[in-house]
Design a protein around this ligand. Sequence first.
Ligand code: FES
Length: 290
Amino acid sequence: MTTSSSEQGVSLGMPELPAPAYPDDVRARLERDAREIIARYPDSRSALLPLLHLVQSEEGHVTRTGMRFCADMLHLTTAEVTAVATFYTMYRRRPSGDYQVGVCTNTLCAVMGGDAIFEALQEHLGVGNGETTDDGKVTLEHIECNAACDYAPVVMVNWEFFDNQTVQSAKRMVDDLRAGAPVSPTRGAPLCTFKETARILAGFPDEREGAAEAGGSAGPASLVGLKLAKGETAPARVVHPRDGGPHEEPQDRAVHEPSPAEHLSSHDAPQDTSASDPAHPAGPTAEEGE
Ligand code: FES
């Protein structure tokens, strides 16, 4: 005789409905926000993704109550909402920390040190993939390519980039997050909590001072292909400023033989240039001779 997954106690990640209701005041506030979002779209169901961010900003993850709320507001079935919420990894399905620390372990980041960083952080924090530290501050997970391979290995905290990480800089960064010390991403806006990030992703203004101006521009390593496409001469290779000091002059390059520790293809030599690393405050990589 076969048994169903529920009889076996196996969770398929599907919500058990009906869901508990939001308190009246929370529901009224969310309905106001939801109506504002829905009004931006010609077809209300197009508002589902931002609405899922909205309910995530309320509870820190997408709960059964949140999915029920989205279905009510958009006249969808809970099955339709569930299908979307479980498809996209930006929606969390269980309580998590204030800071989601995602270590890229896709191919390029992995060989440049991402695997080592993820392994070290698991040990350092005492948590596994998708687990949260006891203080509720950090949720660790390995993530797939963040389209920032030119700054590998990359770590993202609440979707902000921390480029060119090392085991040491990543450990220091999570320690600072847990201690409440200021932590700045390599590029883009300052960090905020996961709930605050979710509200911004829902489409509400980013009220943080300087956040809009911070932007997130492409660095030199990202622009090499563009230069080539425009017929410009690309640098021989891209190097990272290892000590924040003056960069090599072009005439020096001809005689400089990189050591194994400087060689960009070396698995053993992730570049120590993160803005979160006080010993290497220069941030993004720079081209030779810049
Ligand atoms: S492989 Fe890590 S950002 Fe692309």
